[in-house]
Ligand binder design. Structure first.
Ligand code: 2YJ
Length: 261
């Protein structure tokens, strides 16, 4: 995920009910159930763990509203989350003393940790599985269906693994041939001349997927910020397809449900 801005997450906490309504309409389940599904869990596995969200000042520093938004997402799905008073190592210490789990992000990595058993969930991996689970939920079944995954980084690889395990035929596209080497999927380095019904956009770049790359009834799951779906493709999806896009909510929710394993 690209570094989020304050504007990206400004109204996120107030819009969680609306997100649940949208996800339920599209995927047949709200954020909490989708996250549990991506973690391979059932509704009955949900637990309310105490989790400290630690503001991290390292690198480019805190993003205004980031820790509060993460805390809001966690509490929305049933966790017992709080933002630590201290930042960085002091905050991690507080979360270890006062909570079962911690969650923290710097400019390169965003992690959740369960202290009692050492379970760790990485945002890239969790996001890939979360959006793959959303795509499957919209489709109903992906058995034998071709799914395009754009971007062979951590998000794309996790999504490709999850989709393959759930019966899809995955095609991974990346402009960097080194990233495609040794991948156990069909791979392409350009979308030219190809059209797909199911797409998981895991690139950190804007305007990767255009209208010509998707069918009229396409289902596109896109965690990336900025959105990798060009305006003409968004317009086509509005007319007859489905677009699932949220910058932080689903990935963060899966990072929590992964700790319940
Ligand atoms: O604590 C804070 O407010 C900041 N240190 C949050 C930084 C958030 N980090 C990002 O947005 C990074 N791009 C996360 C990279 C995760 C890769 N999956």
């Amino acid at each position: 995920m690209t570094r989020l801005t304050e504007q990206d997450i400004e109204h996120l906490t107030q819009q969680l009910q609306q997100l649940d309504a949208e996800l339920t309409a599209l995927c047949g389940m709200p954020l909490r159930e989708l996250a549990l599904t991506a973690s391979g869990l059932a509704a009955a596995d949900m637990r309310s763990l105490r989790i400290g969200v630690v503001p991290i000042t390292a690198g480019r520093g805190v993003i205004g509203g980031f820790s509060d938004s993460v805390c809001g997402i966690l509490n929305h799905i049933g966790a017992d989350a709080f933002v630590t008073d201290g930042t960085d190592v002091e905050g991690i210490y507080q979360s270890m003393r006062q909570a079962d789990c911690g969650m923290y992000a710097d400019d390169n990595r965003y992690l959740s940790v369960r202290y009692g058993n050492g379970t760790v969930s990485d945002n890239g991996d969790a996001t890939g599985r979360g959006f793959a689970a959303a795509l499957l939920a919209v489709a109903g079944s992906l058995d034998g269906e071709t799914v395009l995954v754009t971007g062979a980084g951590p998000v794309g690889r996790a999504a490709a693994n999850w989709l393959t395990a759930h019966g899809a035929q995955v095609v991974v596209c990346d402009v960097d041939p080194d990233k495609l080497r040794d991948l156990p999927y069909d791979t392409i380095s350009s979308l030219d001349g190809r059209q797909f019904r199911y797409v998981l956009d895991a690139t950190p770049a804007a305007d990767v997927i255009h209208a010509g790359h998707i069918t009229e009834d396409a289902v596109v799951a896109a965690p990336g910020m900025p959105l990798g779906i060009a305006e003409d493709a968004v317009e086509k999806l509005r007319r007859g397809g489905t677009l699932i896009h949220n910058p932080l909510e689903l990935g963060t929710a899966v990072m929590y449900t992964d700790l319940l394993l």
